[in-house]
Each structure stands twice: as structure tokens, then as C-alpha cells.
Design a protein around this ligand. Structure first.
Ligand code: TRP
Length: 332
């Protein structure tokens, strides 16, 4: 039996953090055990917002190194850069000719940009580039070109998957059942990972704990976790304390129970718990940090891995695009 295909795109914006690890990276790596997996760096999607050459290059490398450090095996998963596969852009044009404009008008990120402008009484399309507007079509091409069955994504990408299905259906209606309708696998944040301020950990709140910080910076970041100002001896509320919630992700069940009791009874200071969390987290990330640092200091190795993935991905893309070109009457 041939395996179903799982595919996902990783946008290289912002430094990867522990929320990404639990919410996206680990589940995707686990999925690669039971699917034929293609995971790629969505660098041309990042171009809708990143305007700096150096930042772009750094973020691509950081994100690639992070996935490898977290355990992605490039011999098991086809791991590549979107921009290395020119076929996807030709396919994007084909799909954009089948995508109703009204559907794009209703895409969340475009609608949000318009709403923000209108709230400020600005021109509704101010600052909106065509890349942002066409973003869902490129994403549909990313998915449909590789005939992906399952697409692991966060809740925020659900609409993009619906759009991809709609476009695939429109194509199939005109040209026959050539495109696979993809299904999202929504990573319900098993536990929502709180950031240092207690809100969901997210780069847009600037409250993240980056994954592979040098120990000194990691310690500093942990010390920035916001708590109330209760003294050592005072009883505290574990449930509402984000320091405790983050601690729980890394401590043993026994230690969690002890600390929970100490919260109720008093006697444990936040400073102490932060020091303990630092030790735990530092131990947890140390092996990955080593791999991560290795790749960032040997970018040619990263490039080689991604090129090897691109070669495999491109063969699939070329075969599919050939069928598409035939179907639409371009190959004669
Ligand atoms: N839009 C996705 C995000 O922001 C990234 C992405 C691009 C993607 N192409 C994709 C995800 C294809 C899944 C499948 O997270």
C-alpha cells in the first residue's frame, strides 16, 4: 500500500520558540513516521512581509536548523525550500485563473488588513501587496502540486486549507479528477503554551522563549517571566501562574506535585522556581542547541540538505505539472 502524503510549510519569520516546538514541530515530526512527508520552508510566503535580505537569509537558516535540531530526519522527510521549486510558481498562475476573486477578498489576512486600514480611515488597500492578496493561491499550489492528503497546520491556517480545497474542486470540475483534495490536521494546542506574560506564546505578543538561546540569554529570558509580587512564604495560586504553567511542561510529575503543594502552602519563592526552570529547560534544549549551532556555523551543510530535498521534491512537482499542462491544453 502506498502511504498517504503529509505536507506542511513553515514560514521563516521570527525566531522559533518553545511554543512552536510543542505546537507544530514535534507533532509534524511524529507524523512523518506514518506518512510520506514533505516539509518545506515557505520562503516566498515570507517575502510578503520581510523586506531585508539579511533578515530573510538568517530566518531561513534559523528555521531550517531548528527543525533539524528538533529531530527532523532529512532522509525520512523531503525537506526543502519552496523557492527551489520553480514549478510551484507556474502552477500558482494556473490556479489563480481558477480562483474566484471574491474568495480571495474573504481571506482572513487580507480582510484583517483592510479592516485595520478602514478603522484608521485610510485607503482600504493601503500597504497591501499582491503577494499578500495571492498568498492563499500560492499556498494552494504548494499543497496541490504534491498531491498532499494531510496538511498539519495551526487553527489560523484552516481557512487557507478550505480555499485550497475550493480551488482544487474548481480545477477538477473543469479538467477531471487530477488534484487531491487536502485535509487539514489541526494541531489543537494540546496545552496552550503560555508566554512570559501569560498570554498565548506568540511572536506577535513579543512574549516568546526562543528555543536555542545561549544559556546566559535563556536565564535572562526566564527571569523576565511575569509573576505577581507574592513573597516567598505567602501561599500562591499555581493554576493562574504562568511560571508554573511553563514549569509543568518540563518537570517530572513528582516534582510538579511537590511544587503545586508548595504553592498552596507557601514557602517557595518565584525566584527559586525560575532558577529551577532554567536548569530544566537548559538541559532539555542542550542537545538540540548543539545541533542548531552546528548548522548555523556550517550553513553549507544546511544548504546541501535542503538541495537534496529540493531534488526529490522537484521530481514530484515536475511530474504533476506535466499532467496539469496536458489537462489544460498547454502541452502540445
Ligand atoms: N501559511 C502557512 C503559515 O503561515 C505557511 C504555509 C505556506 C503552508 N504554504 C503552506 C502551510 C502549505 C501548509 C501548507 O503558517
Amino acid at each position: 500500500m502506498t502511504q498517504e502524503i503529509a505536507l506542511t510549510g513553515i514560514k521563516p519569520t521570527g525566531t522559533p520558540h518553545i511554543g512552536n516546538l510543542f505546537g507544530a514541530i514535534q507533532p509534524a515530526i511524529a507524523m512523518a513516521k506514518s506518512y510520506s512527508a514533505l516539509y518545506f520552508i515557505a520562503d516566498y510566503h515570507a517575502l510578503t512581509t520581510v523586506r531585508n535580505q539579511k533578515a530573510m537569509q538568517e530566518q531561513i537558516r534559523q528555521v531550517a536548523a531548528t527543525w533539524l535540531a528538533a529531530g527532523l530526519n532529512p532522509d525520512e522527510v523531503i525537506f526543502y525550500r519552496q523557492s527551489a521549486i520553480p514549478e510551484v510558481f507556474e502552477f500558482t498562475w494556473v490556479l489563480s485563473c481558477l480562483a474566484p476573486k471574491g474568495l480571495m477578498n474573504r481571506a482572513h489576512s487580507y480582510k484583517d488588513a483592510v479592516a485595520k486600514n478602514e478603522a484608521k480611515r485610510l485607503d482600504s488597500d493601503k500597504g497591501v501587496n499582491m503577494g499578500l492578496y495571492n498568498y492563499p493561491v500560492l499556498m494552494a499550489a504548494d499543497i496541490l502540486l504534491y498531491s498532499a492528503h494531510k496538511v498539519p497546520v495551526g487553527q489560523d491556517q484552516k481557512q487557507h486549507l478550505e480555499i485550497a480545497r475550493d480551488i482544487a474542486q474548481a480545477f477538477n470540475q473543469s479538467y477531471g479528477e487530477l488534484l487531491v483534495l487536502p485535509e487539514p490536521i489541526i494541531q489543537e494546542a494540546v496545552q496552550t503554551i503560555p508566554g512570559i506574560d501569560g498570554r498565548k506564546m506568540s511572536k506577535s505578543y513579543d512574549n516568546v522563549i526562543p528555543l536555542y538561546l545561549p544559556p546566559k540569554d535563556l536565564k535572562k529570558r526566564i527571569n523576565q517571566i511575569v509573576t505577581d509580587s507574592k513573597g516567598v512564604d505567602e501561599p500562591k495560586d499555581a493554576e493562574s501562574c504562568n511560571l508554573f504553567q511553563i514549569f509543568k511542561l518540563f518537570a517530572t510529575p513528582q516534582r510538579i506535585a511537590e511544587v503545586e503543594l508548595a504553592y498552596t502552602e507557601g514557602g517557595l519563592g518565584y525566584g527559586h522556581l525560575k532558577a529551577e526552570l532554567f536548569e530544566l529547560l537548559d538541559t532539555f534544549v542542550a542537545p538540540g542547541r548543539k545541533t542548531y549551532t552546528h548548522y548555523l556555523t556550517h550553513p553549507q551543510e544546511l544548504d546541501r540538505i535542503l538541495a537534496q530535498g529540493a531534488k526529490k521534491a522537484r521530481a514530484i512537482a515536475q511530474a504533476k505539472l506535466k499532467q496539469v499542462r496536458q489537462a489544460i491544453g498547454m502541452d502540445s
